[in-house]
Ligand binder design. Structure first.
Ligand SMILES: [Fe+2]
Length: 299
């Protein structure tokens, strides 16, 4: 009796279609879309590069070690997403309508929740190395309306280029603070001037960057998360104009409207806080513009 001839279940040629077909069996339409696209593009990637088994094991090991570096203060996967430009792509897709509002940019890997509240004009850089820097301006809506009680959550490097997560010897908080605007929408922050810094090079992403000729520097900047009730929240940076790395940001985060002057003031000048400063200092003047959330349609 002749043996029944069966088709091989999968071959190199048919495998992708077989897998995609199976991954369509997901009730959640969005998850189904995500997973079938993931299978499609991941298979295409593997077919293009044809990794050896050892190379694939290296990739798995890389991702494993990247995950093990992550904790509540360090986020190596965000850094990976940042240097691949994916963070900025997600940001761009999610913030297409700016209408004159301040543009967003990447959050980056260094934000720590629950920043300490600091009074208007208060110093968020007590004992930090660096040159004093005042940041002042207002938070407004698109029509110029001042937003009283808006919150500005700041985080940045100290004058040595280090974030809190990079100073394990310091029992934080360090170089971060939560400010609130006054009745006229104005705010006044006292900090130190950030400096250009290298992305963390002591982890897996550093290992990878070291095998490229790309810059791993970020131009000097201060991070802001600005929120006001009834308005879309804004996560952004202010970058120092004239910074050596302004056109070569390792995470592609610079947008033209976010480049600002850090005005250097000589010793003896009056600070925005009204005090006469004994040392040179910097002043940054910037108004953040938020977009109002769409009003619910009247019933
Ligand atoms: Fe940063």
């Amino acid at each position: 009796m002749a043996e029944e001839i069966t088709m091989a279940y999968v071959t190199e040629k048919t495998l992708t279609d077989v897998v995609r077909e199976r991954w369509t069996d997901i009730p959640d339409a969005r998850l189904r879309q995500v997973m079938t696209a993931a299978v499609k593009h991941l298979h295409a990637f593997v077919r293009e590069i044809e990794p050896t088994s050892a190379e694939w094991a290296t990739a798995i090991d890389f991702l494993t070690r990247t995950g093990k570096l992550c904790d509540e203060k360090r986020q190596e996967f965000i850094l990976f997403s940042d240097v691949l430009g994916v963070s900025m792509l997600v940001d761009a897709i999610n913030h297409r309508q700016q209408n004159g509002a301040t543009p967003s940019t990447v959050e980056g890997p260094f934000h720590i929740a629950d920043a300490p509240a600091v009074a208007n004009g208060g110093n968020m850089a007590v004992d930090a190395p660096g040159i004093v820097c005042f940041v002042t301006g207002a938070v407004r809506g698109l029509n110029g309306e001042p937003l009283a009680g808006a919150t500005l959550d700041l985080w940045q490097t100290d004058g040595d280029g280090l974030y809190e997560a990079q100073r394990p010897e310091i029992d934080g908080p360090w170089m971060r603070g939560l400010y609130r605007t006054q009745g006229d929408g104005s705010y006044l922050i006292r900090t130190v001037k950030p400096i250009a810094y290298t992305i963390p090079m002591d982890g897996t992403i550093g290992e990878l960057m070291n095998r490229t000729n790309m810059s791993h520097m970020r131009p000097a900047h201060i991070h802001f998360a600005v929120e006001a009730p009834g308005y879309h929240g804004l996560v952004t940076h202010l970058f120092e104009s004239g910074d050596e790395w302004i056109n070569d940001d390792a995470v592609y985060g610079v947008k033209e409207p976010l480049i600002v002057a850090f005005k250097k003031m000589p010793a003896g000048s009056k600070a925005p806080s009204g005090e006469i400063m004994n040392e040179p200092f910097y002043v940054v003047d910037y108004d953040f513009v938020l977009e109002r959330k769409a009003q619910a349609a009247a019933a």
